[in-house]
Design a protein around this ligand. Structure first.
Ligand code: HEM
Length: 215
């Protein structure tokens, strides 16, 4: 075993800021929705808008980082070991079996994580963000002081936004549960805080780029 820097400083900053912003947006958003009262409607709207601009800014940096570092490759889906990984999460881990895949520096995500995270990034986040942007600019005032209403019906935009928000919360709950399934209950969370994780020294038999990985 050796201690390896698995998550860079930017990656950790991006991960925790994104998580905090999504949770704050969920709280303020569902207050706007009328689910409960915490800040009061007006403040909730103001906070929700401010946090949504922060999230948009973060997403721009994150896209830039993924493209320039080549880290986007980590999310490229593969079916290799996918069913072994699903079987492990459903039965194997409750019987104390070994992880079917092992995390390495060049392959941090197991096949199931790749599949889930790519959908999170390319489907779920865009649904919430794009519907949020339509929501933001649904009504605006033009130069002649005339209110311009977008051609998209507000109810349809709100529906997409709220459904996406629900799915994001479901994702968050499952995601937090799954973080406890590493080598120890807290090893994955610790790694995302410190960046460091104890990994098995790389197996010489693993071919380049096909290194196994652990959830
Ligand atoms: C860039 C991201 C986002 C943008 C631009 C955005 C924008 C908006 C806007 C403009 C509204 C209407 C209230 C207002 O006028 O401020 C709204 C409502 C709402 N947002 Fe977001 N939002 C974003 C992310 C999120 C996230 C991540 C969640 C939850 C996880 C969320 C949950 C909600 C909910 C539940 C509502 C209430 C919808 C309704 O009942 O009409 N939003 N959002």
């Amino acid at each position: 075993m050796k201690e390896v820097l698995i998550y860079t400083r930017f990656e950790r900053f991006w991960h925790w800021s994104q998580a905090s912003l999504i949770m704050f947006l969920a709280v303020t958003g569902f207050e706007v929705h009328g689910s409960f009262e915490m800040f009061g409607f007006e403040k909730a709207v103001m906070f929700h808008r401010a946090a949504s601009y922060a999230l948009l800014g973060l997403i721009v940096f994150a896209i830039f980082w993924h493209l320039t570092t080549g880290q986007w490759r980590q999310y490229f889906p593969t079916t290799k070991n996918l069913f072994a990984q699903i079987r492990y999460y459903m039965f194997g881990m409750f019987k104390g079996e070994d992880h079917p895949t092992h995390k390495t520096e060049i392959s941090k995500l197991n096949p199931l994580q790749r599949l889930v995270y790519i959908q999170f990034k390319l489907i779920l986040i865009p649904i919430v963000v794009i519907s949020g942007i339509f929501y933001l600019f649904n009504k605006s005032i033009d130069k002649n002081n005339i209110i311009v209403i977008s051609e998209f019906k507000l109810e349809t935009i709100a529906d997409w936004h709220v459904q996406g928000a629900f799915l994001l919360i479901v994702f968050l709950i499952i995601h937090v549960y799954m973080t406890t399934t590493g080598t120890s209950i807290t090893s994955n969370i610790k790694a995302m805080i410190t960046g460091l994780e104890e990994l098995e020294s790389e197996n010489k038999n693993d071919k380049k780029g096909e290194a196994k990985n652990e959830g």
